[in-house]
Design a protein around this ligand. Sequence first.
Ligand code: AQP
Length: 327
Amino acid sequence: MKRVFSGIQPTGSLHLGNYLGAIKQWIELQNKVDESIFCVVDLHAITVDRDPMLAENILSVAAWYLACGVDLSKSKIFIQSTRPEHAELAWILNCFATVGELGRMTQYKEKSEGKRDSVSAGLFDYPVLMAADILLYQTTDVPVGEDQKQHVELARDLAIRFNNKYQGVFTVPEPIIREDVERVRALDNPSKKMAKSAGSEYNYIALDDTPDVIRKKISRAVTDSGSEIVIREDKPAMTNLLNIFSGVSGRDIRSLEADFKGRGYGEFKKALAEEIILFLEPKQKKYREIIADKAKLRTILRDGSEAVAPIAQKTLDEVKKKIGLGI
Ligand code: AQP
């Protein structure tokens, strides 16, 4: 049985990196596998500074899942903190993860740089909670952006470690990463990834950006020296913009390169902005309809939480029994 699990933390506006790296795969996979579960991972969101908009962000992320095409007849969506099994399994897995391996996680190193003594212990422990999210549902496939690959590998290591000690329980999950758009880069600095928590709004295109904002952000996007519009190692900015163009338009890179041969960056950027606007417009319309009925959205999320409960409870019961916890 193939079961997909993935999630996004409600730390701000979703952006094209979240869409092209993760959600796009979810939509394709939900038609191919037996079951898909998509979670709003709100417990992860509190590992960094608490956002006063957290409650709104949680509903907003869920609404984007649906607006982007998560289909409730094939997939379940729910909020992580409504299932206590996540935190409970995370504690148990903490006792199998080592301080050394968590200290080597790139995301932790980047987010704690220069302030290691003052970041929360939750930030350090984030990958163990993510492992619990995945392993609770006996997940086979985890569609994520390349930035999360290391965390999925930790989930695999913990599953194997536990299984070896206690003769099974966990399915060992596989990360599913798009080869075409592994990692969407920041518009203002292609050596970094596009991120919600970036200091500048010129880093990303949010899924809810207006046409004018999109035009402005793309026109300001960093370019490479020279004028060729091609994917090449020495052209990180153009590589990123072409990948985004291809991702939102469905056109292949070679045909885009051929189309824009001999044309300037200005013309390319104008076309890219219009393509993004065209791509986001129907999703934004759907999002507005969904978020307008919060009571219905809450019911969908509650139903999702109840529907996944038996899987989570069964896994947790088996884990506790194997270890000898409880009576
Ligand atoms: N730039 C990206 N390119 C490709 N995939 C990406 N993802 C995030 N950024 C990119 C994928 O989106 C999913 C959800 O990520 P998340 O919000 O739970 O955590 P994150 O990876 O830390 O994302 P952000 O946007 O950078 O959030 P902040 O700034 O709050 O940390 C994951 O599958 C991720 O791979």
